[in-house]
Design a protein around this ligand. Structure first.
Ligand code: ZN
Length: 275
């Protein structure tokens, strides 16, 4: 087992601490948010049980990208039941919960967390035990708020994946991906480069841009995650991402190997002889 050191916790306000570009956990910084105290899977399901949702099957960062579909009610209902250990976890990722249900904004206190004058986005990651996001790094700073359940973050210093020669060519609009997982990467490497943090409801984690991280649910849970940064930085990264997205949509970049389209071999094949 490689050495992952526990990520240091800070008592400082996240908005102060994020200027240091050092990953940090803020224990219970969101513990009093109504979302943390009151949300449940049945409550969220009740908001729109029939809403269609697209789920990621398995680890799309290191494996083929596969999607399944469900409804919000049926999916959230499944999270309250024990999953079979062989089942491939289906993960509702980057779900814009606050856009779907703007009334839920009243249950958050995001303004307390983020530095003033920054632009930010937010999305939710909702999934069962063992739901996993493979090792990757993002182009912007991120603050993640654990709303329900327990989630483990493995973190690796910027540059460690490149040094190991394990950068992936798989296309992702806002992230860079690794060919291997955090534990494989950390095996035999310098202890000082690898950290772990388990988030409980109300905990907040700061992941600076370009820090590699792999994330796994230890229990079913909900994470609210927001990218942020100074206006000029966010807009310049956004413009660069949009240019690459245009190439990707035109089939000129990352065709057949991306996190946003199902892998061609994972689609249902047409039966022989059918039109
Ligand atoms: Zn794609």
């Amino acid at each position: 087992m490689p050495m992952f050191r526990p990520l240091p916790a800070s008592e400082e306000a996240p908005a102060t601490r994020v200027r240091t570009s050092t990953p940090t956990v803020f224990r219970a910084a969101a513990a009093t948010w109504p979302a943390v105290r009151e949300w449940s899977f049945p409550y969220l399901a009740s908001l729109a049980p029939g809403l269609p949702v697209q789920l990621v099957a398995g680890n799309r960062e290191t494996e083929r990208t596969r999607f399944t579909t469900s409804t919000l009610g049926s999916y959230l209902g499944s999270l309250t039941r024990e999953a079979h250990p062989d089942e491939v976890p289906a993960y509702l990722k980057e779900f814009d919960l606050l856009k779907e249900f703007p009334q839920l904004r009243a249950d958050l206190r995001s303004r307390e967390l983020f530095p003033s004058g920054t632009i930010r986005s937010s999305a939710t990651w909702i999934g069962p035990s063992r739901a996993r996001t493979g090792l990757h790094c993002d182009l912007l700073d991120n603050l993640a708020v654990q709303i329900m359940g327990t989630k483990r973050f493995y973190l690796a210093r910027p540059g460690t994946v490149k040094q190991a020669g394990k950068e992936s060519r798989k296309y992702d609009a806002w992230a860079r991906l690794s060919l291997i997982g955090a534990e494989e990467l950390a095996a035999g490497q310098d202890d000082g480069d690898f950290f772990v943090a388990d988030l409980e409801p109300g905990d907040v984690l700061y992941v600076p841009a370009y820090w590699w991280h792999e994330v796994v649910n230890l229990t079913p849970g909900v994470l609210l995650s927001g990218f942020f940064g100074p206006r000029t930085r966010v807009l310049s990264r956004w413009a660069w991402v949009q240019a690459r997205e245009s190439l990707h949509r035109a089939g000129l970049l990352g065709r057949g190997d991306c996190t946003c389209h199902g892998h061609p071999d994972s689609r249902t094949r047409r039966a022989p002889g059918s039109a």
